[in-house]
Design a protein around this ligand. Structure first.
Ligand SMILES: Cc1cc2nc3c(=O)[nH]c(=O)nc-3n(C[C@H](O)[C@H](O)[C@H](O)COP(=O)(O)OP(=O)(O)OC[C@H]3O[C@@H](n4cnc5c(N)ncnc54)[C@H](O)[C@@H]3O)c2cc1C
Length: 500
């Protein structure tokens, strides 16, 4: 295994901020039913939290809506998102590739609440928050392929004690059995041509080269986008190269701010303020570049609500689009936790957190003790972003994913090149840790089969098998669901649950 970084884990990673362990990448498990990551979470006694419904919205003027009002907006929003999944699922073939989720939502609410423009405005503002889910502005979310964003059945749970033990468990077999070369970037891959017997050759940043029978490339989609044209020889088949170009790559960033105590709670009682706060496009804190203030909305999780020992006086901000780009760029030349770094982040975040209950400039509890902002979009080994996304203009999103999953057929045709990672996952798990996990299992099974090997079942393999109606494909859940529903040839919306 060649790993460019000095650590394993990729987009699953933790750092300490203000003395507390936090996830810089994934921190949700999307859909607990039949989810191997959930099984591993249980096995490792990882603490997870099923979020309560309670949330609070601050409107574009910075005024707090009541919990009741916020709840109604949120309910209406998610109900319409479910409708959008159904619509995309059913009509994908006839939906124009340029149609955006945002425009569709706007049309639905404008028709439904003709006489109440304020309510339409609020719902549209709430829908902009979806940018934090897909890592891109909701105005560029494809309606045609919105169904690809749909997750597994079951709750979405917040991994309270972080992904640390999950990563440890997943990495165990590799750490025990594989030779892992850290700090070793792969920069060229020469795979077999169809009538050749040669081994696949890998060239690495230390000037060495290595030969293998089969090679699985798990570099992120963003990395493939940047390098696919030059890294592979012979060049990748046209359809595969096109698929890599077509599928979008989002840029979600996370900002953690720790305080001496959770000042937004009365006596640390979590009943006194909800764990989820959303700030609609903040007119009181506009984008200084005037590029796109609408991506300055914020979705904030109060980690004071995490269970037991996981609770910490920390606010987690999710950001995307121009806002994230602006901040990561501004901080790029400053050391994390340096005075300027902290000052820049405070300047950005204060207009939001100073609206929370009990805030007072004089109160020492309201003075941040530590800031940490991720910078996935400047990270070459994360592909300069966070995870796959399906943008307007996409014509054949499902076929693109299938093409990457099959690595243009190069592995199955004996040419020794396979692709795995979240961008090649079963449709119900694209962009997630579950999808990344399943994609690896899928490729491993296909390679093993080619060599006439039988894979011993374990609980994760069994999970994958249960939903696998076609041994040669990892696109199994989709097929299973289609068999069950016998319907549209598309995924089916799970009742009441969507990917967070
Ligand atoms: C901010 C953020 C929040 C997220 N939130 C969630 C969430 O809540 N829930 C969820 O399920 N998912 C979430 N995800 C997505 C999830 O983290 C990814 O889908 C998953 O971790 C991807 O795994 P992977 O193995 O495909 O890729 P990676 O984990 O990126 O692994 C690829 C590896 O390849 C290495 N590499 C890259 N280029 C080279 C090279 N040239 N040579 C050698 N090595 C190379 C990288 O260093 C990395 O270790 C989030 C991601 C981000 C960034």
């Amino acid at each position: 295994m060649f790993e460019a970084r000095n650590r394993i884990g990729g987009r699953v990673h933790q750092v300490r901020n203000g003395g507390y362990l936090v996830d810089t990448g994934s921190n949700w498990i999307h859909g607990t039913e039949g989810n191997p990551i959930m099984t591993i979470a249980e096995k490792t006694k990882t603490i997870v939290m099923e979020p309560k419904e309670r949330s609070v919205i601050f409107d574009t003027q910075g005024r707090q809506k009541s919990e009741e009002e916020s709840g109604t907006v949120s309910e209406e929003f998610w109900a319409m998102i479910l409708q959008a999944f159904k619509h995309s699922d059913k009509h994908s073939a006839s939906i124009d590739a340029q149609a955006s989720l945002f425009e569709w939502l706007k049309k639905q609410w404008s028709e439904k609440s003709k006489d109440d423009p304020d309510s339409v405005h609020t719902l549209l503002e709430e829908s902009r928050m979806f940018g934090q889910f897909v890592g891109s502005p909701v105005t560029t979310q494809s309606l045609k392929f919105f169904w690809l964003e749909e997750g597994l059945d079951g709750e979405n749970v917040f991994v309270a004690s972080t992904y640390e033990k999950i990563l440890e468990e997943v990495a165990k077999p590799a750490l025990a059995n594989a030779e892992i070369k850290l700090n070793t970037e792969v920069n060229h891959i020469a795979y077999r041509t169809s009538d050749d017997e040669a081994l696949v050759r890998i060239y690495t940043s230390d000037g060495a080269s290595h030969s293998f029978d089969e090679v699985v490339v798990t570099c992120p989609l963003g990395w493939l986008k940047k390098h696919a044209q030059t890294v592979f020889s012979p060049p990748l088949p046209d359809r595969l190269a096109q698929a890599i170009e077509n599928i979008g790559y989002g840029a979600l960033e996370k900002l953690y701010i720790s305080f001496p105590s959770a000042f937004w709670l009365d006596n640390n009682d979590t009943k006194t303020y909800p764990g989820f706060t959303t700030f609609h496009t903040p007119e009181y804190h506009p984008d200084p570049t005037s590029k796109d203030s609408t991506t300055w909305n914020q979705s904030v999780v109060a980690l004071s609500h995490l269970p037991g020992t996981s609770a910490q006086p920390t606010l987690l901000f999710y950001m995307h689009g121009d806002c994230g780009a602006y901040l990561t760029n501004k901080l790029s030349s400053h050391q994390p936790h340096s005075e300027t770094y902290n000052a820049l982040l405070k300047e950005f975040a204060e207009p939001f957190y100073n609206r929370l209950p009990n805030y007072s400039v004089e109160n020492v509890a309201c003075k941040p003790t530590s800031f940490y902002l991720t910078s996935w979009q400047t990270d070459p080994y994360a592909g300069y972003g966070s995870y796959s996304t399906f943008r307007t203009g996409l014509q054949e999103g499902d076929k693109d994913i299938e093409s990457m999953r099959d690595a243009g057929g190069l592995g199955d045709k004996g040419q020794g090149l396979w692709i795995a990672g979240e961008h090649t996952a079963p449709f119900v798990a694209l962009g997630t840790t579950t999808g990344a996990y399943w994609s690896g299992e899928g490729v491993a099974r296909r390679i093993a089969k080619q060599y006439g090997l039988t894979i011993e079942d374990d609980e994760h393999c069994a999970t994958l098998k249960k939903v696998d109606t076609d041994e040669s494909s990892t696109n199994s859940q989709l097929k299973q669901k289609n068999v069950e529903k016998g319907a549209s040839g598309r995924t089916v919306v799970p009742e009441g649950e969507v990917k967070t």
